[in-house]
Design a protein around this ligand. Sequence first.
Ligand code: PGA
Ligand code: ZN
Length: 423
Amino acid sequence: TIVRVAGREILDSRGNPTVEVDVILEDGSLGRAAVPSGASTGTNEAVERRDGDPRRFHGKGVRRAIEAVTGEIAAAVTGMDAEDQAAVDEAMIALDGTPGKSRLGANALLGVSLATAKAAAASHRLPLYRYLDPEAALLPLPMMNIINGGAHADNPLDFQEFMIAPVGATTFADAVRMGSEVFHTLRATLKKAGHHTGVGDEGGFAPDLRTAEEALDLIVTAISDAGYSPGTHIAVMLDPAASEFYRDGAYHYAGEGVRRTVEEHAAYLSRLVSAYPIVSIEDPMAQDDTEGWRLVTRELGATCRLVGDDVFCTNAALLRAGIDAGIANSILVKVNQIGTLTEMLDTVRTAEEAGYGVVMSHRSGETEDTTIADLAVAAGCGQIKTGSLSRSERTAKYNQLIRIEEELGTEARYAGRSALKSG
Ligand code: PGA
Ligand code: ZN
């Protein structure tokens, strides 16, 4: 039984305020969760409530979301059974009463939702992943973002994320080692080529490159120089986050200084897939460009994971519409895009039933909270996207997965390349 709900304003990895919630049960068990925040957000995401008071945190304060947590929400969920996650989440959704959770704030709801699950797990003295699914044993293929661009870095790169995925590793810990080795080799490669080696929001390097090819060439070289075979041991993945550079029906590549029509943009992506060991592209097309999404799904859907982020926003209804429209073959899952654990798990089920791949994901604004590592295992996702091999808010998730793998012992199974097969 929930006896107390507390909330506080803490800082995220960009130094912006965010919500942290404590849920305390009758037996003294504590669940604590912090809420992440995106920079390249989809238009249909649940609403993150910010104070807008310019005197505090440049308007980004979350005091009112916290007042909702400790006021209305606490009043509604106190006395409820923390093990009945669906009931707690449904009570909050009903209390909010808006489709986008804008009245109380999705950041308020999510903090309580996740902290409730963690409190219930603590009460059972179980790790969260095992509390949510006692059979869970699949460790996800990590998608490690080692070059940052777009809205996550101050460089001219149009594409937001260039990732590596250790498909040939045998364990999760091994995948992390391989990723780290490539990351450090890439650092040396960049330095030698005269580039700076500062990192972007997700811990990947943010060199002043202008084209995707330059970034991909550096990554493939780093994979080889680290002693791995590109494609066989380590594959490459992209998140162009194309909604960010789509305007007036075309894709505007500022770094290159070129404008590509939808067809030219699709053809360009196809050329990249032919030339490099790319096995997954997230948001290859803008969220509003349904025709572009159909086109790229027809052209690359059989060979590539095409992951819908902005276009689905972790929303089961939007995903169902996308499945019907023949868009994508995978979904990115970000808990704060939808706002409650119950709805997120419902979206995962919808994806699995349609044979879509599922990627559990962080946000570009993160905290030291590692809940998504447990959620990736509990939901049996097969893939996780949680940034580079640097910055503690990113490595915290990898480290938690290393612990989970150790705890599962011989039961643990690393998804590796199998995560790329459609099911
Ligand atoms: P965001 O970016 O967290 O800034 O929205 C992550 C992504 O686009 O996948
Ligand atoms: Zn994305």
